[in-house]
Ligand binder design. Structure first.
Ligand SMILES: Cc1cc2nc3c(=O)[nH]c(=O)nc-3n(C[C@H](O)[C@H](O)[C@H](O)COP(=O)(O)OP(=O)(O)OC[C@H]3O[C@@H](n4cnc5c(N)ncnc54)[C@H](O)[C@@H]3O)c2cc1C
Length: 396
């Protein structure tokens, strides 16, 4: 499955609704015909089958956001969100492989990389030949990312990196890492943090054992340990020290809108399943969908999904207009991820005992979506960002 011949060349900066709808319906069909039927296999084996990964690459999914000049489709943020509203209807593990690569794993290069860095890496990321990971979190630096301690010391035409990164998605599959490390003499603070592109095959990198997680089987995380790992100076993103934290925050602003779109999509999937079940399941002589207490759960979920969808689209449009979307990205991620948790909980409730046992996949989604409130900034961190921006604006 792929886009019809010749479509790819004019998919760049999709302006006409017809081309966009071809893209979206191609993704929707791929989700329906290939991803959803393989969800159970992924959950059981903890792996995405190789033929599915191959089809994801052939469909062009890894190149959605990469500029056409480097072989991608160059979707705007709004278009990316619409694509994620389709892709996100399948198990989040599928999205994790693609979304981490085209999102937090590679956006640092795209947003702040030098022309040479873009030419070297983006084309291989666009085809999916290179999988990318984002290495910010450390054992003692999670929400307080500025306190990271991994150090990169300049030594001639290389930096020597030492430190440990924790919970790194895609680490085992990654061909490159976007690494955040401390450079220069600044012992602390954001100004001493730089971003690097690190090729995974570089000597001095070892991976910890795969983390055993609550959900999202098929998406893997582990520690990444740097021990006197020598990275060429040419791989300092943008060629300037001290800009890494700013790069990471830009990457996360975009990532938060992306994750919020995924939350809307998964919530929509769970609600569809719950509605179907409520219409089929009979108790007290009629479908449970006819009970008003069930209807309240369905209606609240529908309204909240609609609200989150509207927020995500609005935040994406603002970003496309070049506006600072720090507040809107955090609002969308906070509301959409919390909403997704509530919808998952109601879906389990509507399925009753069948929601708690694993027959219908609802308990799997319940576990899978719990992560959305934690990574790329916990809900508390989104609240802090929103309030900090409000206070700063009022005082300005
Ligand atoms: C499956 C998975 C995949 C991940 N993938 C990646 C990845 O690819 N790359 C990467 O770099 N990281 C990744 N992470 C890390 C993730 O981003 C962090 O787990 C997250 O940012 C929270 O950090 P922490 O786990 O250290 O929690 P902590 O920061 O220790 O937080 C613990 C609790 O304290 C709260 N808290 C902390 N500070 C405050 C405060 N000031 N005010 C109020 N409450 C506060 C938090 O909200 C949370 O509830 C991943 C994590 C998981 C679980």
């Amino acid at each position: 499955m792929g886009f019809p011949p010749n479509t790819r060349s004019f998919l760049s900066m999709i302006q006409d609704s017809e081309t966009l709808s071809i893209l979206l319906s191609t993704i929707a069909r791929f989700v329906r015909e290939r991803l959803i039927p393989n969800e159970e296999v992924v959950a059981e084996t903890d792996e995405i089958p190789a033929d599915i990964v191959h089809e994801m690459k052939a469909t062009g999914l890894f190149g959605l956001t990469i500029p056409q000049a480097y072989g991608g489709f160059e979707l705007t943020m709004e278009e990316e969100v619409l694509a994620m509203l389709e892709l996100g209807r399948a198990s989040p593990a599928f999205r994790s492989l693609i979304g981490t690569t085209l999102g937090i794993g590679s956006q640092g290069i795209l947003l702040d990389g030098t022309e040479e860095q873009k030419r070297k890496y983006l084309p291989r990321l666009a085809t999916g030949e290179l999988i990318a990971a984002f290495a910010l979190t450390e054992p003692d630096a999670g929400s307080d990312a500025v306190s990271l301690r991994t150090r990169a010391v300049c030594d001639g035409d290389h930096y020597v990196v030492n430190g440990t990164k924790r919970f790194i998605t895609n680490a085992a599959q990654a061909g490159i890492f976007t690494l955040l490390a401390r450079t220069g003499s600044e012992p602390k603070g954001a100004a001493g943090i730089s971003a690097f592109i690190v090729e995974a095959a570089t000597p001095g990198i070892t991976l910890g054992k795969r983390d055993r997680k609550m959900g999202q089987r098929g998406a893997h995380t582990c520690d990444v340990i740097f021990n006197n790992c020598r990275i060429p100076v040419a791989n300092l993103i943008g060629g300037v020290e001290g800009q890494g934290f700013k790069t990471a925050m830009k990457v996360l602003d975009k990532g938060r809108i992306h994750i919020a779109a995924i939350c809307v999509a998964v919530a929509g999937r769970m609600l569809d399943e719950a509605l179907r079940y409520a219409l089929e399941r009979q108790q007290f002589g009629k479908p449970i969908a006819e009970f008003q207490l069930i209807q309240a759960m369905l209606a609240d979920s529908k309204a909240e999904i609609y609200a989150a969808r509207s927020m995500v689209i609005d935040a994406a449009r603002r970003r496309d207009e070049g506006l600072d979307v720090s507040t809107e990205a955090s609002c969308a991620k906070l509301f959409a991820s919390e909403m997704c948790g509530r919808v998952a909980d109601r879906a389990v409730q509507i399925f009753g005992g069948s929601g708690y046992v694993s027959d219908h996949g609802i308990e799997r989604f319940y576990r899978d979506v719990r992560l959305f409130r934690i990574y790329e900034g916990t809900s508390q961190i989104q609240q802090l960002v929103i309030a900090r921006n409000m206070i700063r604006a009022e005082r300005a």
